[in-house]
Ligand binder design. Structure first.
Ligand SMILES: O=C(O)C1=C[C@@H](OP(=O)(O)O)[C@@H](O)[C@H](O)C1
Ligand SMILES: C=C(OP(=O)(O)O)C(=O)O
Length: 409
């Protein structure tokens, strides 16, 4: 299964390119709803983002300015990465999106930006819709936030911080910040663009003011998007290869190699990519998923068809992803017959014989992935909607049926 580029890397490369001097290119980017919204938002701020080519996008340096109205859709990356870019633009920039995105938290980011000298008007409770009143300059400096509900608050303060007069020092105070690999990705990509970043002290990140230079970004395949395909090998006892799996990466999906092995598969990283083979057995999993929350739906699907119970913890924050994923998984796996207990920060899943039923996806691409995995071994699983997969992988329905029928490349 050849997969398109990483959502998280494409989003960061677009933002960094838009605030860099000169030209940048993105090789093998992800074309999906979230990244199209990011590109469109940067264009509405006056950025030059050219995306007609499927394999090479170009971004040219342009002064960013308002007024602009940004549609964030349901994308956490657009919602949390662009307010600080808007603060560097001159003029008012309004943000809104899908009805559900108004429920996704942004208060720590908004208050962090206010502490750095940015004027922001928000709806009651510091949510969307909001307007960032950019003046073209952001004083920057030190700020303390609670990023326990999303790592994207920290990434959103760091990505544009080379443009702040004093750069930024972000301190986190509160329960642990989730999604550590995504924070390493932010730091690594900022450094690749030429930023001086210090992340040597736990829960403190600093970015020096400076200029970024345009560059060529090679976007890796989306390893989180690979999860349902690799999980398919486990449940069917078959074998799936994802080409161009990176030898070293900041993507959280790389943890699938170890997790799918624990769950009974065999994972081999070789010159042609990653091959996962099913052995005919799927075992339960007890794991803290706080660093890799976005993999939960597919791992929970595997857990529901495993031969032993699972306990997935450390993921209270995924209650504010595309939907409350803990409640949604508990409810939908329960409808198929699994014995699921919802924990404040996770799920206990005790497998039982499953039977087909309607499975609500709650507009969540990864809920659709979870249902598709179970549908390979439980007849009659009916997804309420598969179009929601366009958020990160519009080709999902085609790739999935190609895989099932043995078509594709
Ligand atoms: O920075 C990123 O690209 C992401 C960070 C994570 O967010 P949270 O820390 O909110 O889970 C992850 O779940 C999301 O899919 C993408
Ligand atoms: C949590 C996710 O997305 P977002 O970037 O919208 O937070 C996800 O893709 O699983």
């Amino acid at each position: 299964m050849r997969l398109p580029g990483s959502k998280s890397m494409t989003a960061r490369a677009l933002v960094l390119s838009a605030i860099s001097e000169g030209s940048s290119t993105l090789r093998l980017p992800l074309r999906a709803r979230d990244t199209e919204l990011m590109a469109q938002a940067l264009r509405s701020l006056g950025g030059h983002v050219s995306t007609p080519d499927e394999t090479l996008w170009t971004v040219r340096s342009r002064p960013l300015h308002g007024p602009a109205a940004i549609d964030v859709g349901l994308a956490g990356t657009v919602l949390r990465f662009l307010p600080s870019v808007a603060a560097l633009a001159e003029g008012p920039v309004s943000f809104d999106g899908d009805p559900y995105v108004r429920k996704r938290p942004i208060a720590p980011l908004v208050n962090g930006l206010r502490g750095l000298g940015v004027r922001i008007d928000t709806a009651e409770g510091d949510g969307l819709p909001m307007t960032v009143h950019g003046t073209g300059t952001v004083p920057g400096g030190e700020v303390t936030i609670d990023a326990s509900r999303s790592s994207q608050f920290v990434s959103g303060l760091l990505l544009a911080a080379t443009g702040f007069a004093h750069g930024v020092v972000v301190r986190h105070e509160g329960p642990p910040v989730p999604s550590a690999p995504h924070l390493r990705m932010t730091v690594q990509m900022l450094r690749s663009a030429g930023a001086a970043v210090d992340d040597s002290v736990p829960d403190v990140w600093s970015v020096e003011p400076g200029r970024l230079k345009g560059r060529g970004w090679n976007v890796e395949p989306d390893l989180s998007g690979a999860a349902p395909f690799l999980a398919a090998a486990l449940v069917t006892g078959g074998s799936v290869t994802v080409p161009d799996w990176p030898a070293a990466t900041t993507q959280p999906g790389d943890r699938l190699r170890e997790l799918l092995t624990t769950m009974g598969g065999e994972a081999t990283l070789h010159a042609d990519g990653l091959t996962v083979r099913g052995t005919g057995r799927v075992h339960g999993l007890s794991a803290d998923l706080s660093e890799i929350g976005e993999l939960t739906p597919v791992l929970a699907a595997l857990a529901a068809v495993a031969d032993s119970p699972s306990r997935l913890t450390g993921i209270a924050h995924i209650r504010t992803h595309e939907t409350d994923r803990i409640t949604a998984l508990s409810r939908e796996l329960g409808k198929l017959g699994a014995d699921v207990t919802e924990l404040p920060d996770g799920l206990e899943i005790r497998p039982r014989p499953l039977t087909g039923a309607a499975f609500d996806t709650y507009d969540d691409h990864r809920m659709a992935h979870a249902a598709a995995v179970i549908g390979l071994v439980v007849p009659g699983v009916r997804l309420s909607d598969v179009a929601c997969t366009s958020k990160t992988l519009p080709q999902f329905p085609t790739l999935w049926s190609d895989m099932v029928t043995g078509g594709g490349d």
